[in-house]
Design a protein around this ligand. Sequence first.
Ligand SMILES: Cc1ncc(COP(=O)(O)O)c(C=O)c1O
Length: 449
Amino acid sequence: MPTTLEVKAPRLVTALPGPNAKRILEQDAKFMSPSYTRDYPLVAKRGHGAIVEDVDGNAFLDFAAGIAVCSTGHCHPKVVSAIQKQAAELIHMSGTDFYYESMPQLAERLGRTMPGAEAKKVFFTNSGTEAIEGAIKLARYATKRDKMIAFYGCFHGRSMGALSLTASKSTQRKGFGALLSGIEHIPYPYAYRCAHGHTGETCGAEILEQLEGQIFKRLFDPEDVAGIIIEPIQGEGGYVPAPKFFLQELQRICRQHGIMFIVDEVQSGMGRTGKWWASEHSGIEPDILCSAKGIASGMPLGAIIARESVMRWKPGAHGTTFGGNPVCLAAALATMDLIEGEYKENAHRMGDYLFGRLADWTKNFKIVGDVRGRGLMIGIEIVRDQRTKEKAADLRNLIVDLAFHKGLLVLGAGENTIRLSPPLLIDQEQADFAARTLEDCFREAGKKI
Ligand SMILES: Cc1ncc(COP(=O)(O)O)c(C=O)c1O
């Protein structure tokens, strides 16, 4: 009989949460910061591939991947072995003050993945928010300007600089006082809810007019703007892709005014959409690209990748003690091998398969308003009424909870969207299980209207 982790589909052996999980939930409530946002009581113990086992021996199919982090699945043997080997050799040195080979090795490989003929330079961080924080500083440093433009709905992190760019949920800002000044937010091109009635590829033209006609004329002279930052596919905001023309036009505007074009690929990058970077689908060449999450299969690592002519700050201008730690870099090198070798292609193939499988959902389920995304970054927007598009946050939350009780881990995004961000190694059987389970959940939730 296969062990729990060798199965490819969920296997539930207790009511949820089970007895061991209940004990840990009680401890957690006593000792942990209440700021965490757990949707359901999964208490994880081990993972393998796309399967996670909890502390009571229940096995779940993981379509959340630790918020799009475990790109190569849980504990891929090649990643584990790279971590173990590196941990036995050198755990820490601090790349700010000393050299080690994996730094330029990984930087060279990452630089090659970023579009654009110019050579690239890389700064390593511990997280996504630190990559964004560094990108703000780099854009200011490189341009000698201080204003920034960001988008409503985008999430860039929670440290004070990144939080100043984030405009996802007001709870993320409430109570923290003044943030960075000199930042304006403009609407994100959200085709399903386009304020001007455009669909798909044309949504957003008026936003660009607002940027050039209003923001640049009435608020910020474009020559004072250091950077425009955008997620090519909104993550936390609801898995909303920006149209190709919109990203291309933003790039044109940036180039015209000497503004840094910064893409936040923390969630959408590292092969998740079937290419290294989601922005590649639009043929753009950003000046600065931020990565983290899937880059090291769960080890804490982020990266700022920039055109060589942009990353010219002087020694001491920016640094970090832990960022680019040798163990994280070893995990990242193994992760890149796996993504390059097969998982990027698998994300493309399984994404196409899933989109084919989900194509009729808006016809078959009246609570499904929209299915969107690319590769294995898929958003399903839940509405009370397809005609009015009334957001159904309660039904979305119910579906996420029902899926958990059927052995499928998914997360919400935005106010009323379910996000699917599985490890990039899922197979057709697992994709089918997830689709069937969600269909069951939609039927159950649909009865509540
Ligand atoms: C697009 C994006 N940028 C930045 C961040 C912040 O990353 P971290 O949580 O590693 O600080 C996130 C995290 O969800 C993200 O999705």
